[in-house]
Ligand binder design. Structure first.
Ligand SMILES: [Zn+2]
Length: 266
């Protein structure tokens, strides 16, 4: 029997399912605010895994493997507030504008997403209202609550080591939208470790047509902002996660006073 993936609903989330976002260390003392847009591979139960297998959802198309673990350690190490999205980017991508074709992707890296084929406006609206909007409202509310103090915005992602049969050389990449000052400081601090390759606006540059968090919440608010992308083979194990969280912690602490100047003179 075919599963009807398109039956109308009033809410995507049942009462016993986790909310659209999680906030960690909300009152953290750091000037840094962390977000993790692709933290989870969870799919609302009513969407039946979007018609995908568990293995497909567990792959990089479903989420950013390892990113949430590193983000939680960073939040702890630096006493920084952290917001994590609660559901898979394949349900709705929290780092894409809702008008982007990749917001609710019909396919990702060659994998067709059955439940995202020809979705109705009502279905799209439900995903926006139940998942995208609550997450971004939480980010906005957190940033609004900090208007009286310097704030620095950092989004945490991970990327697949191989894309379109191309091996990607960077261990970590730091990206920015229009203002590269925070990114440059972070890149230079990370580059002091000669054993890693650091991408400058690689593997992804930020574009407001495709990205949301940094253009809207970060640079859009005039905050020093950057996006971190870690290559997923480095953060598959707990040891790898701890190592990269420490590298980023050390790099940030080294430049914290310089970044604070950027935040204070915006
Ligand atoms: Zn990501």
């Amino acid at each position: 029997m075919a599963i009807d993936l398109h039956f109308p609903k009033e809410s995507l989330l049942a009462d016993d399912e986790p909310p659209a976002f999680e906030i960690v260390n909300a009152d953290g003392a750091s000037n840094l605010v962390l977000v993790c847009d692709h933290a989870s591979k969870r799919v609302p139960r009513c969407l039946n895994n979007l018609g995908l297998t568990d293995a497909q959802l567990d792959d990089h198309i479903g989420w950013d493997p390892g990113a949430a673990k590193v983000a939680r350690l960073l939040s702890n190490n630096l006493d920084a507030p952290l917001l994590l999205s609660g559901y898979s980017r394949l349900v709705i991508d929290c780092n894409r504008p809702t008008q982007s074709p990749q917001s609710i992707p019909e396919q990702s890296a060659g994998v067709l997403v059955p439940a995202n084929q020809h979705i109705t406006e009502a279905e799209r609206k439900l995903r926006v209202e139940n998942l995208f909007t609550p997450y971004h409202n939480a980010v906005s509310n957190l940033l609004d609550s900090r208007q009286h103090r310097p704030t620095i915005f950092l989004s945490i992602h991970s990327f697949t080591p191989v894309l379109n049969n191309q091996q990607r050389p960077w261990n970590i990449g730091i990206s920015f939208w229009k203002d590269n000052r925070f990114a440059d400081l972070l890149i230079n601090a990370l580059k002091q470790s000669s054993d890693i390759v650091v991408g400058n606006n690689e593997p992804y540059a930020i574009d407001e047509a495709f990205d949301y968090a940094v253009p809207v919440h970060g640079e859009g608010r005039g905050l020093p902002s950057a996006m971190i992308e870690m290559r997923q083979d480095g953060i598959r194990t707990d040891e790898g996660v701890a190592e990269w969280a420490q590298r980023i912690t050390d790099a940030y602490l080294q430049i914290a006073s310089e970044v604070l100047k950027l935040a204070s003179h915006k």
